[in-house]
Design a protein around this ligand. Structure first.
Ligand code: SF4
Length: 688
């Protein structure tokens, strides 16, 4: 396959350029872009890459629509109206960068910690993500950002149990006889795993979905347990209870490869199916039946996903579920065990990319991205440090995606806050910028990608030249570094050099150049003989590290901050999973995808809709003490009684009343990992 790079456009025929999907999705697909006369005409899945198998989801199949969208930002813009008005005027790159550098220099002279970078997984690429940007902010001594908004509770839970973000190899799910799909709408957000689950199903496997919502995935599984949000740990402990009571245990595995079994046993025995049934809102018999299946089927695999950890006890819940395979010895088989994230297998050299050494001994304060609403409004104090004076946002759309939007908007609207946004489109966040800098899409830049749903590394080559005046993030931070007077040689590295640096000594960059992907040498059954990457080398039911922090060393059920049914004023629990055709807030502005989703929707069960006089298709007001949100009601059984599903994440400006579902979510944090609690949220609903 010809890369097409370096060939004059005039003599090019159709070229096929290998790349990687940049989006926050476990599948990290290998792309093949067909380019004719310098224009990308088609983006397809690479058939040579096994996890991709030639197939992309509907969202990224339309990637050329995204790249050539008539609303792409193609030149720098400077604010020309009040914050949030969306009024901008074009400005030249030099003028914009000179002014931005001068403003940042001025603030940094007082205290560089008053500058906050704000970014997440708008691209998962290691180079356009935290590559040159991290070098720049480390050298500056800016505040550090705790990147918690999606997965930190589950990641911490997994790390305190298995020792890292490690687990089964995804391809072996196809050989499992029982698959628990736990907290995941795989058809929407893990499509290539779903294909493997289908293969297992065709071979006789049983699929069980555990999710408060009757998702597209749940309705295609043999069994669906529609538990209440935030009760997953209670369910996991009751499953353990039954495994113990019926002796569906692998005693040898427990003795050789786990830590804290006696203590966990004692705790689990307090969780009868009847007790868990009350907490989870499930029939006790359904819990017993699931325990029997899990205890007596080999191999049994769990595909856990991050939906279930967006609640107060999310870290403990991930820990409780991650304990299960060690009770039954499921890890002994390559098609048994659990997968939440495989990112911990990656040997990519992030330090070489991000250069934390540029901090030169400084230890800037850390700001949690999930509390950006409150933090932008905090004054200078000894506890917080300096008031945030400048915000540089890239690969993220916090005004739409951060919790408790009213506070977030209030913070972004501060006239004294200097905000720079690197973006492809005029998002809700870009509306609040002082400068909007046009960013390249994945078809226009180099990048290096590891995955969290499989164990390959991918290289993304640029397929076409940057559109208009768009620049890669790396170039913007390189140019700013030069204006700030940063002389360090690392600011001269090219993107291709950075891809090579990120590979370190254990990823073969030449193979990436040649094939576009390479597989990591992960054992087929990594924990068949123990060897967990924990301090003890065992699966840690009891975590001494947590106990040392004064926390419970064993996993437990921690009730939500806002327990379903506990409030008279707000009797309904709300979760806000992504709409099928969006990926967080990405793709909301693609007309063809928005036309499918049509309008923001709240799914509500007929038993909750009827007494409220809510009609299917009617506009409703969803509210709690944090705010209100208007959307269309969909009266249906995708919602279980007592729980409504506010599908996200719409851009506020496309919402019915200029808000989205995060108007209702709170800035409280999870038990482990300081993550947000999007699905720990009580509301009520009435016709608008
Ligand atoms: S399935 Fe995921 S990784 Fe693959 S193309 Fe779609 S968003 Fe990208």
């Amino acid at each position: 396959m010809n890369s097409g790079i370096g060939i004059p456009p005039s003599i090019r025929g159709p070229q096929q350029v290998r790349g990687a999907c940049p989006h926050d999705c476990p599948d990290t697909c290998a792309l093949v872009t067909t380019v004719v006369d310098g224009v990308a005409v088609k983006v397809q899945g690479n058939p040579e890459h096994r996890p991709t198998d030639g197939v992309l989801c509907a969202k990224v199949s339309r990637y050329t629509e995204r790249t050539y969208h008539d609303e792409r930002l193609l030149r720098p813009l400077r604010r020309a109206g009040p914050k949030g008005s969306g009024r901008f005027e074009p400005v030249g790159w030099d003028e914009a960068l000179d002014d931005i550098a001068a403003r940042l220099k001025d603030i940094a002279a007082r205290d560089p910690q008053a500058i906050l970078p704000y970014s997440y997984c708008g691209t998962m690429g290691l180079v356009q993500g935290e590559g040159m940007a991290a070098r720049f902010f480390h050298r500056l001594g800016a505040s550090l950002l705790d990147r918690t908004i999606c997965a930190s509770a589950g990641g911490a839970g997994l790390t305190h149990t298995l020792g890292g973000k490690v687990g089964m190899k995804v391809e072996f799910f196809a050989e499992a006889r029982l698959i628990l799909i736990w907290g995941s709408n795989s058809i929407t957000s893990n499509l290539h795993f779903w294909r493997l689950a289908q293969e297992a199903k065709r071979n006789g496997a049983r699929l069980v979905c555990i999710d408060p919502r009757r998702t597209e995935t749940a309705e295609k599984c043999h069994e669906h347990l529609a538990l209440l949000p935030g009760t997953d740990a209670a369910l996991a402990l009751a499953l353990m209870h039954e495994l113990i009571e019926h002796d569906w245990l692998d005693h040898d595995y427990l003795a050789q490869h786990t830590l804290g079994w006696e203590a966990l046993r004692e705790r689990a025995l307090r969780w009868s199916p009847e007790r868990a049934a009350m907490v989870c809102g499930l029939p006790a018999q359904q819990i017993r039946d699931l325990a029997r299946e899990y205890g007596t089927t080999r191999p049994a695999a769990i595909r856990l996903n991050y939906g279930m950890q967006r609640v107060r006890g999310g870290g403990n819940a991930a820990r409780a579920v991650a304990c299960l395979p060690a009770l039954t010895g499921a890890w002994r088989h390559r098609a048994g065990g659990l997968l939440l994230s495989s990112s911990g297998w990656s040997p990519a050299d992030r330090a070489a990319l991000q250069r934390p050494d540029l901090l030169a001994g400084r230890t800037p304060r850390v700001v949690n991205m999930s509390t950006i609403g409150d933090d932008l409004l905090r004054p200078t104090s000894p506890a917080f440090g300096p008031r945030i004076e400048a915000l540089v946002v890239y690969n993220s759309n916090p005004v739409a995606v951060a919790p408790e939007s009213a506070r977030v908007v209030q913070g972004f609207a501060r006239e004294d806050l200097f905000t720079v946004v690197l973006e492809q489109f005029q998002t809700d966040t870009a509306d609040y910028a002082d400068y909007v800098l046009p960013a390249t899409t994945q078809l226009e830049h180099w990048d290096l990608h590891t995955a969290y749903g499989h164990t390959d590394v991918l290289l993304n080559r640029p397929a076409v030249a940057p559109l208009g005046e768009a620049r890669p993030n790396t170039q913007v931070f390189r140019d700013l570094a030069s204006r700030m007077g940063f002389q360090d040689p690392c600011f001269s590295d090219t993107d291709e050099q950075m891809c090579r640096q990120g590979c370190g000594s254990r990823i073969d960059f030449d193979e990436l150049l040649d094939k576009g992907f390479t597989s990591l040498p992960v054992p087929d059954a990594p924990f068949a003989h123990g060897g967990f990457p924990t301090a003890s080398g065992r699966c840690e039911f009891f975590s001494a590290a947590l106990a040392r922090q004064g926390l419970d060393g064993l996993p437990d059920h921690l009730p939500n901050y806002e327990v379903a049914g506990a409030s008279q004023h707000f009797p309904l629990a709300m979760i806000s999973p992504p709409a099928r055709n969006f990926l967080n807030s990405t793709f909301v502005n693609l007309r063809s995808l928005r036309d499918i989703e049509r309008q923001p929707v709240l799914e509500i069960h007929p038993l909750d809709a009827q007494p409220r006089g809510i009609q299917d298709g009617g506009v409703v007001r969803v509210f709690n003490e944090r705010g209100e949100y208007h959307c269309k009601a969909q009266v249906c059984e995708r919602a279980r009684p007592g729980v409504v599903n506010g599908l996200g994440i719409w851009w506020r400006k496309f919402g019915l009343a200029g808000t989205n579902v995060n108007q209702l979510t709170s800035q409280r944090l999870t038990d482990l990992g300081n993550g947000p609690v999007f699905y720990d949220c009580l509301v009520d609903v009435q016709p608008a």
